[in-house]
Design a protein around this ligand. Structure first.
Ligand code: ATP
Ligand code: MG
Length: 688
């Protein structure tokens, strides 16, 4: 058997890949932890490990692989397939079912819950609420209980949901969560308790699960030893990437599936833990080895293969000052003369200009757009850049932040599918019925009440007389639901929903034509899924990303630039990385400086961002920001200081300045020039 794929690995990686190879037929070995810094090949090692297991005889259908995003899972699937086919030949029968169980924790949870629904008293037709739906339902309940009216300073729906989610995911009592994370809401503890209890009842009555429920129900289910054995027994190997960003529920699920740790491999880097705001805890990864008896084997990796020495030195300069850290600094043999750049620009417009110029320059030298990325702390930071890219016809895809699915018309379509599947889903029902002329929130509420108690809610809906002023639109609506539910099956039913929706779309939106194009795109996406449930589940949990509206969706084989929040850039790499707004207030975010722990997390975020770069890294610091002011102040500029985390001595300084207006007429708009500046004095003068 060819082992060429093993020879490409270093000694430690190979140890991780071959861990347990003495167990016959790729059977489960003892627990394994791979813990190491960024770019050291953790994900690559995990892919090789999966391939190695398959090549050694493990059944790919009995391997569960959990990654941080669906994109990461399919990327991993492709890598595994590539390695296996080199060894087993491209047409090997084993590969046809390869990695049927690769996905995110939430996606896998949804599948497992549907499979075992009847054993845990769940209707398998349950629908899933995304964060916005959940906030809507929370709001509905809040109104029903009268909290929003009588208690004018009651926390907003978003805050309520955040508190609820934190308590659930960290398995922490409400009073503690309030004290620790939301002290300004402590006065409402009694009302919040009632609100959450009613919210949970509402979800159950409506047969909907929110994101947190997917983990919560799954964990609950695993507390039954028979069910835990059944689910755990389905898999010989369970492997998890980015383990530092899992929460307590997720680790308890893993431990229940594989109590002795046999067949369990987890991989991560505590220095990259950036999801504690969703209750992720680095205790999971630090405590992993001793959760078992005998303890798990640990493999650490110390060589970085991704970045040049100067980029790595700068990133290490950021993380060296972290208070708590397990993984050690890495080394690399990729030498570079050039340090990462710290570029001072006047404002966000100049920042956008600078980046576009550099990106085009890079492209001239043969670096494709796909090899470049622009990262930012918050999704709205990229606004001016998106405008500039669109104006210059540079195609881009944006990850994180506003998604394709957040647009009203796409949500309407999904509501139609969701409501057909589960007519008790009140948020979907409300949204949909109000599209029918003559039906307002009150009528919609009454109709939903009327059908909720019926064991056959869809049939009950068909019996309801047409509401006044709804005319022929009511029977059209009811017929559509019946047709979707009982029609020709997936994916043709989505076409039926669209035909019903299009006249409404034309009535509601002026730009109906562009929106229709989105719906066709949605239909195309739908074609890639096996069933309505899979489509709705996967899309709700991990939606496709926003693309540049003007240039349309870049095709996969087309060249495009990546724009991404730092959170969504996890695990990825590009030859050239630009980091926007490296100023205090953006990173660390204004919202993230409440406690030392929060500031530390912001530091790790910067580390994650910087370690995405292979060859070139630009940290950009606009000097001032334009703020749309409140009435009293009007619009104004605010001045920002360079991010406190930036390891100045490890960077090279640049300043761009706008040319005065006397620039020759041939010059295309504003030009930028670069001036080497005297490091310390000049920057201090500019920022302080
Ligand atoms: P992160 O912490 O950012 O998730 P990681 O530790 O998962 O990073 P990978 O993404 O697996 O690192 O690998 C980083 C880069 O190093 C990739 O381009 C990968 O192909 C390369 N690489 C990993 N191991 C080796 C190796 N043994 N030889 C050559 N290149 C390698
Ligand atoms: Mg990785």
């Amino acid at each position: 058997m060819s082992v060429a794929y093993l020879e490409k690995l270093n000694e430690a990686q190979r140890r991780a890949v071959e861990h347990g190879s003495d167990v016959p037929k790729g059977g489960p070995a003892g627990p394994l932890l791979v813990i190491a810094g960024a770019g050291s090949g953790k994900t690559n090692t995990l892919a090789h490990r999966v391939a190695h297991l398959i090549v050694s005889g493990a059944d790919p259908r009995r391997i569960l692989l959990m990654t941080f995003s669906r994109r990461a899972a399919s990327e991993m699937g492709r890598r595994v397939e590539r390695i296996c086919s080199q060894v087993l030949g491209p047409n090997s029968a084993i590969m046809t079912d390869a990695l049927a169980w690769a996905g995110t924790f939430h996606g896998i949870g949804a599948r497992i819950l549907r499979m075992h629904a009847d054993q845990i008293g769940l209707d398998p037709d349950f629908t899933i609420h995304d964060r916005e739906d959940s906030a809507d339902l929370m709001n509905l309940v809040r109104h029903e209980l009268g909290f929003s009216k009588t208690e004018s300073r009651f926390p907003t729906k978003g805050t309520c949901l955040a508190i609820y989610s934190r308590a659930v995911n960290s398995e922490t009592p409400l009073d503690e969560v309030l004290k620790l994370n939301f002290p300004w809401c402590s006065a409402w503890e009694k009302q919040l308790r009632e609100l959450f209890a009613t919210y949970v009842e509402a979800k159950q009555a409506q047969n909907v699960l929110d994101y947190d429920d997917l983990l919560l129900y799954w964990a609950q289910m695993m507390s039954d030893p028979i069910l835990a054995g059944e689910v755990g027994g389905r898999f010989d190997h369970v492997l998890v990437d980015e383990y530092q960003d899992t929460n307590r529920l997720q680790s308890s699920i893993l431990m229940a599936m594989k109590p002795g740790g046999r067949g369990l491999t987890v991989v991560g880097d505590d220095a990259q833990s950036i999801y504690s705001f969703r209750a992720a805890t680095i205790r999971n990864i630090l405590d992993f080895p001793n959760s078992f008896d005998p303890p798990a084997d640990i493999v650490t990796l110390d060589r970085n293969y991704r970045s040049t020495n100067t980029i790595l030195a700068a990133a290490n300069g950021v993380i060296d000052l972290a208070r708590e850290r397990f993984t050690k600094n890495l080394w690399t043999d990729r030498q570079s003369e050039e340090r990462p750049r710290l570029v001072a620009v006047r404002d966000e417009n100049e920042q956008a200009n600078y980046i576009v110029e550099k990106i085009l320059e890079n492209r001239e030298t043969g670096m494709t757009l796909k090899q470049q990325a622009v990262l930012f702390r918050a999704s709205h930071h990229s606004g001016p850049l998106e405008v500039e890219l669109t104006r210059r016809n540079i195609p881009f895809v944006k990850y994180g932040g506003l998604k394709f699915l957040d647009s009203a018309h796409v949500k309407d379509m999904l509501a139609a599918l969701r409501f057909a599947q589960n007519p008790r889903d009140r948020v979907a029902g409300f949204r949909l019925m109000q599209l029918v002329p003559g039906i307002g929130p009150q009528t919609a509420g009454k109709i939903l009440d009327a059908i909720a108690a019926d064991p056959e809610p869809l049939a009950a809906l068909q019996e309801i007389p047409a509401p006044p002023r709804s005319g022929a639109d009511w029977p059209a609506f009811v017929d559509m639901l019946g047709a979707v539910r009982g029609g020709d099956g997936w994916p043709s039913e989505i076409g039926l929903a669209r035909q019903w929706y299009e006249p409404h779309l034309a009535r509601i939106h002026e730009d109906a034509e562009t929106r229709k194009a989105d719906l066709l795109q949605l239909e195309q996406i739908a074609g890639g899924y096996a069933s309505r449930e899979r489509f709705l589940t996967e899309l709700t949990l991990d939606p496709p990303d926003a693309t540049s509206a003007e240039s349309g969706t870049p095709l996969l084989d087309e060249d495009y630039l990546t724009l991404s929040t730092i959170h969504s850039a996890k695990g990825q790499e590009w030859r050239s990385v630009f980091l926007l707004n490296c100023v205090d207030g953006c990173i660390p975010s204004d919202l993230g400086v409440g406690s030392t722990a929060e500031v530390e997390e912001e530091r790790r975020l910067l580390y994650v961002a910087m370690t995405r770069a292979k060859d070139y890294l630009h940290l950009i610091t606009p000097q001032r920001f334009f703020v749309h002011g409140q009435a009293s102040q009007g619009d104004r500029h605010v001045y920002a200081a360079r991010s406190r985390f930036i390891p100045a001595t490890l960077l090279q300084f640049f300043e761009t300045a706008s040319w005065p207006v006397v620039a020759p007429a041939t010059a295309a708009g504003r030009q930028t020039r670069q001036i080497r500046v005297d490091v310390g004095a000049r920057m201090r003068g500019m920022w302080r």
